[in-house]
Design a protein around this ligand. Structure first.
Ligand code: SAH
Length: 212
């Protein structure tokens, strides 16, 4: 079997045994997870581990999330083809690439300059042409493109940053892990057509902190 066939099989197995088995059902999300070449987003020394059921180091004390977590958060976002997604914490750009397959445009913010650069290279190599990575403090959001129908935060905050709530459009969804360094709760904030916010808590998770 060629190395390429091995990688494809590892990816399909990842979707079945780590993602579908834990209850992610959205076919568009599963297809995106089957298509995006995760091994091309991790550092060279991690390629052999790219399809394992865990987060991996990507340098600068940061991690690429476990595949299941990426799939679950993407499902929670309920992306539609016309949506623009604001993503905070681009890291290596993997989650960006998955989301970019499901919506019109992704604006991804990353505070570590080297990671932002690497994410851009990875996305370019993957042929993703509807995502841009901006070096910025994501806790402030990105006012220039606001309001957003969808916002995703891939780092844990002690509370939902006010700027992100302000930049969430009516009928918008914001997915964010909220809590302390010790433990966080996956949280979905929705804004209804009248502007009222509602929160849903979906279980404990563990993310690197949002540094602001
Ligand atoms: N989803 C990413 C991994 C996210 S790890 C991937 O697929 O690789 C969380 C990322 O959030 C890290 O890269 C970290 O540098 C970034 N981050 C932390 N605080 C931030 C902030 N205030 N603004 C923007 N990015 C931030």
């Amino acid at each position: 079997m060629t190395a390429e066939t091995e990688l494809v099989r590892a990816r399909l197995r990842m979707v079945e045994t780590q993602i579908m088995s834990r209850g992610v059902r959205d076919e568009r999300v599963l297809d995106a997870m089957r298509s995006v070449r995760r091994h091309e987003f991790v550092p060279a020394e991690q390629i052999a581990h790219a399809y394992e059921d865990r987060p991996l180091p990507i340098g600068h004390g940061q991690t690429i999330s476990q595949p299941y977590i990426v799939a679950w958060m993407t499902e929670l976002l309920q992306l539609r083809p016309a949506d623009t997604l604001l993503e905070i914490g681009a890291g290596c750009g993997y989650q960006t690439a998955v989301a970019a397959r499901l919506c019109a445009r992704v604006i991804a913010l990353e505070r570590v300059p080297e990671l932002a650069r690497q994410a851009r290279l990875n996305l370019q190599r993957a042929g993703v042409d509807n995502a841009e990575v901006i070096e910025a403090d994501g806790a402030l959001g990105h006012a220039a493109g606001a309001p957003y129908r969808r916002i995703l935060v891939a780092a844990a905050a002690p509370a939902v940053p006010r700027a992100l709530l302000e930049q969430l459009a009516p009928q918008g969804r914001l997915v964010i892990p909220v809590g302390s360094r010790e433990g966080q709760e996956m949280t979905v904030v929705t804004r209804d057509a009248a502007g009222n916010l509602e929160r849903e808590y979906l279980g404990s998770v563990s993310f690197v902190p949002l540094v602001s």
